[in-house]
Each structure stands twice: as structure tokens, then as C-alpha cells.
Write a protein that binds this ligand. Structure first.
Ligand code: GUN
Length: 291
């Protein structure tokens, strides 16, 4: 069989377009609101991958005129200390969005910390109020990575009505909210996970296959229906024997690309879309400020 060339779903270019639109929106809103938008990214500890993500988010903020009020805490910071910082940020009139970079060190209770963020400033869309609105199909702040996936599909006019979607991974950050968003667009949705039996057969049934597990290249060509849309949410750092780092997704890109109809690259697919959606959520909260 000759190799096919799938359509690449270019998240990098779309994210750039969204950032320009947001920059213009901020320029339009700022005279009315009288201050720039503000986002506070809280990072606890020294997880190297998180440090890269946080730096990218802060740089993206600065490029479009969002004031980045990042705070970095040592790995032994207490729950109480973080809760009181969040309480202050909830009251701060110059802060429109608050994000706690995950994962947190083990001694911290992630869920109860996320509960303390005011739902209107929940830039990550992970507060139960915003997740509840998603379940009910009401408007609200949406989780960034799943929102980025949906935006990218829409950009390429990939309609989901009646299609079979399989999401591999059931995290609260990606798998669960994404399944709800796909359902909202009338896809028939399956969530697969570590206990799923015959994962390959489940995946092969998908018109839209989303990999969000955080395991390098676990989705292989035999697990993909010919012509399917393949969305790779994974960002895994692999080192070769010379200690050179390479980013790979959860999908074995080169081999799956020979089968898929559409596929996202890593890097340059969903990663930049996540950042764009974070900026978008911050601007959404900012635009509500004067109402
Ligand atoms: N860690 C990896 N991705 C994300 C994200 O989108 N939001 C947060 N808060 N933490 C993350």
C-alpha cells in the first residue's frame, strides 16, 4: 500500500491567529476598563516540565498585553499558605484569571485548592462550578486543552454530528471535560482508560480518536481506522543515549500518519492551542469586569 499524506491540523498557526484577535480585543476594551487584563499563574515546586509550560504561558501573556502576575512557591509550601494567596488574588481587582499549574507536590490537596479559586477567575475552567456548567451545556469558562481541541476541529470544519469519538484518558484536566464537549457537538463518545479491554479494537472504531494519556507513542497504526481524525494531546519528553531531549506525543506520529485522514503534530498541535485558550479565558473574564 502506498503511503498516504494526511491533513496536518496546525495548532501553532491557529493559536497565533487567536492571539492576534485577543490582542486587538484587549486594545479595544482597555480604554473602557481602565487597566490591562491580569493573569496569575501559581507554580509550586520545581517540576521541569511545569516550569517550561509556565514560562510559555507567561510569555504568551506579555505578547498580547495581559499582565502576568506569576508566583513561584517552594515545594514545601503549605496548603494554608496557598489558600490565603488565592483568597487575596480572588479579591485583587487587577487579576482576571488565576491558574494553579498541575501537578502539585503530593502533600497538597489539589481538588480543595482548586475549589478556593473564584469561579469567575478560574482561567483553567477546573472549578466545580465551571465543570458543572459544562455538564449542563451552559456557557462558562472551559478547560483549556479540551477547548483547544474543539477550536482546532472547528477551524478545519470537521463536524462531529453522529460521529464516533474515542477519548483515551479520563483525567479531569483533559479526558472527562473533552468527552463532554464532544458530546455537546453530538458525537457518540467513548472514554477509554487503563482498564479498558481490547483498547486497540475500541480505538479502531473511532472516527475521531483523541490520545490524552501521557504515555509516549502508545497509539500505533493498527489502532487507527483508515481516514480517522487523530488528536494527540500528549507531550512527552524522551532522552536519547546522548541525553538529547525530544518531544513526542501519545501517538506514534510517522506510522499513524500513513493511516489517518487528519492528525495533529507534536509539537505544534494541541500544545499552543492550550495556551491560546488560557489567554482567551482570561480575556473573557476581563471583558466581564465592567459589566
Ligand atoms: N499541567 C499540564 N497542563 C496543564 C493545564 O492545562 N493547566 C494546569 N493548571 N496545569 C497543567
Amino acid at each position: 500500500m502506498s503511503a498516504r499524506t494526511p491533513c496536518l491540523l496546525d495548532g501553532k498557526t491557529l493559536a497565533q491567529k487567536i492571539r492576534l484577535q485577543l490582542k486587538e480585543r484587549i486594545a479595544h476594551l482597555q480604554p473602557k476598563i481602565g487597566r490591562p487584563p491580569g493573569l496569575s499563574v501559581l507554580m509550586v515546586g520545581d517540576n521541569p516540565a511545569s516550569a517550561v509550560y509556565v514560562r510559555n504561558k507567561e510569555r504568551a501573556c506579555q505578547q498580547i498585553g495581559i499582565v502576568s502576575k506569576g508566583k513561584h512557591f517552594s515545594a514545601d509550601t503549605s496548603q494554608q499558605e496557598l489558600e490565603s494567596v488565592i483568597a487575596e488574588l480572588n479579591k485583587d481587582e487587577e487579576v482576571d484569571g488565576i491558574l494553579v499549574q498541575l501537578p502539585l507536590p503530593n502533600h497538597l490537596d489539589t481538588v480543595s485548592l482548586l475549589h478556593t479559586i473564584h469561579p469567575d477567575k478560574d482561567a483553567d475552567g477546573l472549578h466545580p462550578v465551571n465543570l458543572g456548567k459544562l455538564v449542563r451545556g451552559e456557557s462558562g469558562l472551559r478547560s483549556c486543552t479540551p477547548a483547544g481541541v474543539m477550536k482546532l476541529l472547528a477551524e478545519y470544519d470537521l463536524t462531529l454530528n453522529g460521529k464516533k469519538a474515542v477519548v483515551v484518558g479520563r483525567s479531569i484536566l483533559v479526558g472527562k471535560p473533552l468527552a463532554l464537549m464532544l458530546l455537546e457537538q453530538n458525537a457518540t463518545v467513548t472514554i477509554a482508560h487503563s482498564r479498558t479491554q481490547d483498547l486497540a479494537a475500541v480505538c479502531r472504531d473511532a472516527d475521531i480518536l483523541v490520545a490524552a494519556v501521557g504515555k509516549p507513542e502508545i497509539i500505533t497504526e493498527d489502532m487507527v481506522k483508515p481516514g480517522a481524525i487523530v488528536i494527540d494531546v500528549g507531550i512527552n519528553r524522551l532522552e536519547n543515549s546522548q541525553k538529547q531531549a525530544k518531544l513526542v506525543g501519545d501517538v506514534a506520529f510517522d506510522r499513524v500518519a500513513e493511516v489517518a485522514g487528519y492528525i495533529t503534530p507534536v509539537p505544534g498541535g494541541i500544545g499552543p492551542m492550550t495556551v491560546a485558550m488560557l489567554l482567551s479565558n482570561t480575556v473573557q473574564s476581563y471583558s466581564n469586569y465592567s459589566k
